[in-house]
Design a protein around this ligand. Structure first.
Ligand code: ADP
Length: 490
């Protein structure tokens, strides 16, 4: 047990393949560190494509057995896993905070959010229905079956290391698919902890596998998953850049693909908005996980009639409500940024904006007293189109404010991006609410609400934010084929 580290009952340091804990064939491992102090939490296997191929093979071997299990039985297994996730919620949350840096309360919320998907898909397993269609003549019956697609590969990010994996795995397993997951190198332990609970829940060996690796093997393992004819589909959550690589790599085997990529969410404050609620909404939507979420607000558009009032209310909230530090400290609600690359990127975005004339309303730089990768929660105004912050996904606690003058202008700005994951707006003009909700080009819209994701609802994007939906009954679509059977000669 590395010195200076907390003890985690669910910490595992091997791959989980075919129901067994195995070392990478390379014999190599890599260190996983806590982003708050860079102390080593533990080691994980630095796997190669060879390990991924082993996992694909055993998953493939378990597919028919899992697929053939009655839906009710699949649901029961998922419920056992749900129970274990609930009973280990503190352990899971601590592990998430340790490897991802988010405040413990947010880590607990992530565990509950993950449990929501397990509960939903444990129930949904029984409701994956086919159809009986009206035939064109009486000599035929037309039946539509929903069949699991087979082995699916998951590539998951570090910002919601448990939830992003659970919401894929729960839907896939409910549909009758079997999984090979490659979690992000920053946060492999949440995925391995889930595997430990999958093992305890008694899932058949091979139905859920986890192969970890350092960043250097992320590409080769991703390539192996995409290239394998034994893998029927890939589900990826991460950056648009990597999503595009995977999309290309999947062409050769014409794979099913679900892509949950980056966003560029607008958060629009119309003149009739309840400003106090709008401020609280943006605090959650922008500063949760220190802004490191794909649905995080990226651009706050404020009508000129309420701009000054809103910006001063927001600056006060940011100064008085946000406390940076170690996520294990209960007073803290802003953790560090995940790694040096993200930290430099956020700093670069702010410096670029300020050098081009942005006004710092609050914060504006690296945290003055805390050591490590802490960025001050920042509010900027006077943003212009030539700034990086206008176009890029920030992924940090930086809130840029733009002034707008008309509904049309706000909607045009919101839609002037190749991303389309989430948008939010606050208004109490009911006709405007309906109009704007329809015109916004995104997979999700929050109206008078800044945190909208739920297991009951379909999560996903349009344009370069990807395709496929996770959560809700639509979440199984990526994992089933629609098969038409024509019974003739009747
Ligand atoms: P982020 O910027 O959030 O790290 P990435 O898209 O880079 O987003 O990472 C998301 C996940 O994709 C991580 O698990 C990462 O290791 C993995 N990844 C990065 N590059 C590739 C690649 N070329 N092929 C497959 N997976 C990759």
């Amino acid at each position: 047990r590395p010195v200076g580290c907390r003890y985690f009952s669910l910490l595992r340091d091997k791959n989980f393949i075919g129901g067994e804990w195995v070392a990478a064939s390379s014999g190599k491992t890599f260190q996983v560190t806590n982003p708050v102090n860079d102390k080593v939490i533990g080691i994980a296997q630095d796997s190669t494509p060879e390990d991924a191929e082993k996992a694909i093979k055993v998953a493939s071997g378990s597919f028919n057995m899992w697929a053939d299990l009655p839906a009710k039985e699949k649901g029961i297994k998922l419920k056992s896993l749900l129970k274990l996730v609930n009973s280990h919620s503190d352990d899971l949350a601590k592990l998430i905070t340790a490897e991802c840096g988010k405040p413990l309360a947010e880590a607990k919320a992530e565990v509950m959010y993950s449990a929501g998907y397990l509960e939903w898909y444990a129930e949904e397993a029984k409701r994956i229905y086919g159809e009986v269609l009206a035939p064109p003549n009486n000599t035929r019956e037309l039946v539509v079956l929903k069949e699991p697609i087979g082995v699916v590969g998951f590539i998951t990010p570090w910002n919601f290391p448990l939830a992003m994996l659970v919401r894929k795995a729960a839907a896939a397993l409910a549909a009758g698919c079997v999984c090979v997951a490659r979690p992000a190198e920053d946060t492999p332990f949440s995925a391995l902890a889930l595997a430990a609970l999958v093992e305890k829940a008694g899932f058949p060996a091979g139905t859920f596998n986890v192969v970890t690796s350092s960043r250097s093997q992320a590409g080769p393992i991703g390539q192996a998953l995409c290239a394998s004819p034994q893998v029927a589909g890939i589900s990826f959550t991460g950056s648009t850049a990597v999503g595009k690589i995977l999309y290309q790599q999947c062409a050769n085997t014409v794979k099913r693909l679900g892509l949950e990529l980056g966003g560029n969410a607008s958060y629009i404050i119309f003149p009739t908005a309840d400003l106090s609620r709008a401020v609280q909404g943006v605090m959650g939507s922008k500063f949760r996980n220190a802004g490191q979420a794909c649905v995080a607000t990226n651009r706050v558009l404020v009508h000129e009639s309420v701009f000054d009032k809103f910006s001063s209310m927001l600056a006060t909230a940011v100064k008085t409500q946000l406390v940076s530090g170690d996520g294990f400290d209960p007073a803290v609600n802003q953790g560090p940024l995940i790694n040096e690359q993200q930290f430099q990127k956020v700093d670069g975005i702010v410096k670029d904006a300020v050098s081009k004339g942005a006004r710092v309303v609050s914060g504006g730089g690296i945290h003055p007293t805390l050591k490590g990768r802490f960025y001050q929660p920042t509010v900027l105004s006077n943003i212009t189109e030539d700034m990086k912050i206008y176009n890029e996904e920030i992924f940090g606690p930086i809130c840029p404010l733009y002034k707008f003058y008309s509904e049309d202008e706000a909607v045009t700005i919101a839609n002037s991006t190749r991303r389309g994951l989430a948008n939010y707006f606050y208004s109490n003009d009911y006709a405007q609410v309906w109009r704007v909700a329809k015109r916004l080009e995104s997979g999700m819209v929050g109206v008078n609400e800044g945190l909208i994701s739920a297991a009951e609802a379909p999560f996903g994007g349009v344009k370069e934010s990807g395709f496929g939906r996770e959560g809700s009954r639509h979440g199984v679509d990526d994992y089933v084929h629609t098969k038409y059977v024509c019974f003739g000669g009747l």
